[in-house]
Design a protein around this ligand. Structure first.
Ligand code: NAD
Length: 480
């Protein structure tokens, strides 16, 4: 049984209360590790350690801070295989996905912000003969990073790396559902020689550890990725304390497939955007709108692709669909499948739990599921399911599909499939969506602003946006 520890003030330690929580492997349904059941005492210790480390860390030249971050990136790359195995065991995702997406991206996050810190410049505004105005960007201080379970190390490091690069000290909380790679990261930080207290990782539940972090008066900013309801709660807690907030929340992303698209490519990529990571990526497209003249050929090719997906042991090389992250989440997704039937949908594929033989007999597996015939404004088409369930809907005009695409409370990501350049830009600008991909999906350049509109979030991550978030601008004017 693996026993995880907190990482506080440069030491691996149990929770102050000595308690542990069980951590389940989704592919087997068995407990495989224990995580510290930390509480407010551990958060207080971690914040104190971060405060003590702050003066030296913020004074360190950006180049030296960057070098440490690049060293952590190199260690993640060195440990690619054990980290991928750990991520797959903890989350249920195919190990092939963790090996090619999650872990390489975690390394890139550290390498990107390790070097970005050296290129982060502040502005000067010169008024000829009158004044020189310049902006200093001070690190905010001690900040909190709170992340979800779907891309555990990928999203955890996407927050921590820019915060450290900007000169902040961090208290971070990974999801209690997938804490394993965050623990392995703390071991790599020790090996890299990161000074004690610069990064602290406290394990435990959201309502206890997360809440204590959000409430702590010394925490100046909260970078949070997770559900919209949790984000709302965090905003309500943090707002009266005037904390800076970056909230990356839920989505209900549309794919807009026009008749003039490259159909084979649109089908291939839509299969990935529907079912990658069992549909548990905030950027997955779950509402597929298809121009009526190509609805039948799209449907036929898409369903043929779905039939070729293999649900099974995440460790098996030929598995494309692993387990859902937990029994509770599986039950939630199944309840939406039931709702889709009640709302009059026609089931085209899947819809059932999968019983995988052998070591995975107790795992949380679900068939990739496709419905058609649901109204664009029904609950299944408005609410985030966050699983391998998509709907197909034909449309007739650009105006109609835009109204449907924009017709939810969310606005995270969208894809447009067309060969008409004018339409591509016109539709992209009209979408209420923080991220729009044209003829592609999940193409990421870490310099671009990342985040959602409407109830999908507040603020943007990525590139300079993240470094700006973790700094406080100060404007200084010199009279000439
Ligand atoms: P969640 O909101 O349940 O939990 C996210 C994190 O918040 C966890 O670490 C949890 O412990 C913590 N938390 C819970 N209650 C808290 C509280 N009161 N105070 C502080 N922290 C608290 O989300 P989840 O189920 O882990 O993740 C799935 C959700 O995340 C989906 O809605 C998905 O769309 C969203 N997500 C969004 C993005 C994005 O970039 N917009 C990326 C990935 C996932």
């Amino acid at each position: 049984m693996v026993q995880l520890q907190n990482y506080i003030n440069g030491l691996l330690v149990p929770a102050a209360n000595g308690q542990y929580l069980p951590n389940i492997e989704p592919a087997t349904g068995q407990v495989f590790s224990q995580i510290p059941a930390s509480d407010a005492q551990d958060v207080t210790q971690a914040v104190r350690a971060a405060e003590a480390a702050l003066p030296a860390w913020r004074r360190l030249p950006a180049e030296e801070r960057g070098r440490l971050l690049v060293r952590i990136a190199e260690l993640i790359e060195r440990d690619l295989e054990p980290l991928a195995q750990a991520e797959s065991q903890d989350n249920g995702k195919p190990v092939s996905l963790a090996r090619t997406v999650d872990i390489p991206r975690a390394a890139s996050n550290f390498a990107f912000f390790g070097t970005a810190a050296q290129h982060f410049a502040s502005e000067t505004h010169f008024q000829e003969g009158v004044a020189l105005n310049y902006t200093v960007r001070h690190p905010l201080g001690v900040v909190a990073c709170i992340s979800p379970w779907n891309l555990p190390l990928y999203l955890f490091t996407w927050k921590i790396a820019p915060a450290l690069a900007a000169g902040c000290c961090v208290v971070a909380k990974p999801s209690e559902v997938t804490p394993y790679t965050a623990f392995l990261l703390s071991e790599l930080c020790l090996e890299a020689g990161l000074p004690a207290g610069v990064l602290n990782i406290v394990h435990g539940t959201g309502p206890v550890v997360g809440q204590a972090l959000v409430e702590h008066p010394s925490v100046k900013a909260i970078s949070f990725t997770g559900g919209t309801k949790t984000g709302e709660h965090i905003a309500r807690t943090a707002a009266p304390m005037f904390k800076k907030l970056s909230l990356e929340l839920g989505g209900k992303n549309p794919n807009l497939i026009f008749a003039d698209c490259d159909l084979a490519e649109a089908v291939r990529t839509s299969l990935r955007s529907s079912f990658a990571n069992q549909g548990q990526i905030c950027l997955c497209g779950s509402r597929i709108f298809i121009e009526r003249s190509i609805y039948e050929p799209f449907k036929e090719q898409f369903l043929a692709g779905v039939a070729g997906l293999t649900v099974g042991d995440p460790q098996a090389a030929d598995t494309s669909q692993g387990a859902l992250v937990s029994e509770a989440h599986l039950e939630k997704v199944l309840s939406y499948i039931e709702l889709a039937h009640q709302e009059g949908g026609t089931l085209l594929a899947g819809g059932q739990r999968v019983q995988v033989a052998g070591r995975c007999a107790g795992g949380y597996f679900l068939q990739p599921t496709v419905f058609e015939g649901l109204a664009p404004d029904c609950r299944v088409n408005r609410e985030e399911i966050f699983g391998p369930v998509v709907t197909l809907t034909p449309f007739d005009t650009e105006e109609q599909v835009l109204a449907w695409a924009n017709g939810t409370e969310y606005g995270l990501a969208a894809t447009i499939w067309t060969r008409d350049l004018n339409r591509a830009h016109r539709v992209a600008h009209a979408l209420h969506s923080g991220i729009v991909w044209i003829n592609t999906w999940l193409h990421r350049d870490l310099r671009t602003p990342f985040g959602g509109m409407k109830n999908s979030g507040v603020g943007r991550e990525g590139g300079l946006e993240a470094l700006r978030f973790f700094t406080e601008p100060q404007s200084i004017t010199v009279k000439l």
